[in-house]
Design a protein around this ligand. Structure first.
Ligand code: ADP
Length: 319
């Protein structure tokens, strides 16, 4: 192994830059040359490669987004696109590829390994929805962004004694809602993984108000449905004033937290180790604070679940 490449693909996440930096610097540490591929799999197909010297990743560890840009590539889903990608990697004399991205990006990486090209994945997505790893890069930052926003909403909620519904990201996974819900003492947390009854939510609001609660926060993961609809239903059922905030893409940006920078650095370095050990067709994962390699097939065969003990605790503490 003499030369490796790194790309970022799919939805971006804070900490991807720290992971790129780690791949580049760990690679150089082992005497490897490192090449950056811009705009995800589109860059592989178009040959958009740039040499990554040590200095190219200076001053990026604290930045959100990805300096290599990210993209979704329809053409890479075709077998011609995948053939072209391998052809370009070989033309550039690249011996292994690190793909930083989500589940979809890993399926793409596996297509390369099936063509005999070594590739490993590093899980980067704010949703934390990748099976096989306890945490993904960007999740901690997104949760911190959400709680910073909810803290502000809480101030105005108290002043006006209102119920606030906050819709957070998570189409398929309620992790952001669950963590932010516990961290922010939300009255109710609505996630795709757990059924909910509007009656119960309304009862809980009534109990809180009887006890003298000045405001209520309800967190809704986008996968459950629209926060606006939930707000309307609550207003109809209680007659109380509700306000809805959809946090949207602000959750994807911002400077990564210390946790995400450390996780990204550890995972990027592990990806280089895996390639050097001639392990391919794997993703890097963290389990019980140990950074390990997990076969793509093992991960693809698993189902992601948020940590429901956190969800249950949030319910208990919000009584
Ligand atoms: P994420 O990696 O964040 O889950 P996507 O699901 O959009 O994001 O995947 C990113 C890119 O990975 C896609 O645009 C496509 O180029 C590639 N990809 C996704 N699924 C496959 C697949 N089954 N086969 C080949 N490439 C895929």
């Amino acid at each position: 192994m003499k030369r490796i490449a790194v790309l970022t693909s799919g939805g971006d996440a804070p900490g991807m830059n720290a992971a790129i930096r780690s791949v580049v610097r760990k690679g150089h540490h082992h005497g490897l040359e490192v090449v950056g591929v811009r705009r995800g799999y589109n860059g592989l197909i178009q040959g958009d490669f740039i040499p990554m010297e040590l200095g190219t990743v200076g001053d990026i560890i604290h930045r959100g987004g990805t300096v290599l840009y990210s993209a979704r590539s329809e053409i890479f889903k075709t077998s011609e696109g995948q053939d072209k990608a391998v052809e370009n990697l070989r033309k550039w004399k690249i011996d292994g590829l690190v793909v930083i991205g989500g589940d979809g990006s890993f399926r793409g990486a596996q297509k390369l390994t099936k063509r005999g090209f070594p590739a490993v994945g590093v899980p980067g997505t704010i949703d934390n929805d990748i099976p096989g790893t306890d945490f993904t890069i960007g999740f901690d930052t997104a949760v911190n962004t959400v709680i910073e926003c909810i803290d502000r909403i809480r101030d105005t909620a108290t002043s006006h004694e209102r119920t606030y519904i906050v819709e957070v990201m998570g189409r398929n996974a309620g992790d952001i809602a669950v963590w932010a819900g516990l961290a922010d003492g939300a009255e109710s947390i609505l996630i795709p993984e757990a059924p909910y009854q509007m009656n119960e939510i309304v009862d809980r609001l009534a109990r809180g108000s009887k006890r003298g609660k000045k405001h209520s926060i309800i967190i809704v993961a986008e996968g459950v449905g629209s926060g606006v609809d939930i707000g309307r239903q609550i207003k109809e059922m209680t007659g109380a004033e509700t306000r809805v905030t959809v946090l949207g893409h602000i959750q994807r940006g911002g400077s990564p937290t210390a946790s995400d920078r450390v996780l990204a650095s550890r995972m990027g370095a592990k990806a280089v180790d895996l390639l050097l050990e001639e392990q391919s067709d794997q993703m890097v994962a963290i389990r019980r604070n140990e950074v390990i390699g997990v076969d793509f097939d093992e991960a693809f065969g698993m189902k992601h679940q948020p940590d429901m003990s956190i969800y249950d605790l949030a319910e208990i503490l919000a009584i």
